[in-house]
Design a protein around this ligand. Structure first.
Ligand code: PMV
Length: 338
């Protein structure tokens, strides 16, 4: 039995603009998805999913997701769990050159689904790592990240950037620009997350920004300005002491950039009333800055605050379903048991 766990992420800066070649800086957070892989003597794959913020369920199938099992759970949940786990198993079989390998897979996750925190990437990264290791193969991190990206790309019909899977694999803060992905130094940022209990439609939101950008020069300029914010933020991070608790001054400057980034995302039409009200609750509580994270439309915001004030304020904010502290996860995917 092999057990691996991989972190979720927040976007410190740069979502949406990254689709148009601007850089983005996501950062891994200490909320993890855990995948257990146990090889079977046949070629079946049995998936048990628990704590995916929804009711747990168990399905057993052979071959691919085409052989949809007849189970009494909501279709999106089955598709989410099966699609991603199936793609992860496919990548693990290819990587280990074991096309007929079967597994009992268990998925547990502390990361809200589809809410901009990279839950699917964490499941795919931990899944490929656990399944390949269970077959006696250890992938280097770059290959693991690449295979995880391909798995997401396939399940999401080409709508995946490398940000989530690379960040979940490597941990810490990373910089993504097109196919270029690099870990970057970052201090121990005090993230607080607010979750509205919902999710946005990433495809629709990405398409909406694309249309605005085509129609208006100032929307294209807005996307470029987000790129400028990312570059400014990167400079601040590179001047800071890696792993240390950041100075108030640095938090204030990063927070200001986050506020700016949220304003521009809002101008591009991807915020939502619930997200704006959580962002304002965080700012009113004294957070250094706050912004939506991920595609928007619903889901999560991220704020910077080393004190408890933002988390407390968010927990009393109408429209906020859950608020929690999420420290920077300096370690990416890791083996828990092998
Ligand atoms: O909601 P998430 O975490 O999948 O992030 C989407 C980020 C976008 O930049 C909007 C799209 C992408 O694939 O980069």
């Amino acid at each position: 039995m092999t057990v691996c766990e991989a972190p979720g992420k927040v976007y410190l800066f740069g979502e949406h603009a990254v689709v148009y070649g601007e850089p983005a800086v996501p950062a891994a957070i200490e909320r993890r998805a855990t995948v257990t892989a146990e090889p079977r003597s046949d070629d079946h794959v049995r998936v048990e999913a628990e704590d995916l913020s929804l009711d747990g369920f168990t399905v057993e199938y052979s071959g691919g997701t085409g052989n949809r099992p007849d189970v009494d759970v909501p279709t999106p949940l089955v598709e989410a769990a099966m699609g991603y786990v199936d793609a992860a198993v496919r990548e693990a079989r290819a990587a280990a050159d074991a096309p007929d390998a079967g597994f009992d897979i268990t998925v547990e996750s502390e990361i809200p689904l589809g809410a901009g925190l990279g839950s699917s990437a964490a499941v795919v990264v931990a899944g490929i790592d656990a399944a390949t290791r269970a077959l006696g193969v250890q992938l280097d991190r770059r290959e693991l990240a690449d295979r995880a990206y391909r798995a997401e790309f396939e399940v999401q019909d080409g709508q995946a950037s490398r940000a989530d899977t690379f960040c979940s694999t490597m941990g810490g803060a990373v910089r993504v620009e097109g196919d270029d992905c690099e870990p970057i130094e970052a201090p121990n940022l005090p993230f607080v997350v607010g979750f509205d209990g919902g999710a946005g439609d990433t495809g629709e939101l990405v398409a909406g920004v694309g249309e605005l950008r085509e129609e208006y020069g100032f929307a294209a300029d807005t996307v470029e300005s987000i790129g400028d914010i990312v570059r400014t933020g990167e400079e601040l991070l590179s001047d800071s002491a890696p792993g240390a608790d950041p100075q108030r001054e640095l938090l204030a400057e990063l927070g200001e950039l986050m506020d700016f980034n949220h304003g521009l995302l809002s101008a591009l039409g991807v915020s939502a009333r619930s997200l704006d009200s959580m962002v304002w609750a965080a700012r009113d509580a004294g957070a250094h800055g706050a912004k939506l994270t991920g595609a928007g439309g619903g889901g999560c915001i991220v704020a910077l605050d080393a004190s408890d004030a933002t988390e407390t304020a968010l927990s009393f904010t109408q429209g906020c379903d859950e608020a929690f502290r999420a420290e920077l996860a300096t370690e990416g995917v890791r083996v828990v048991e092998s």
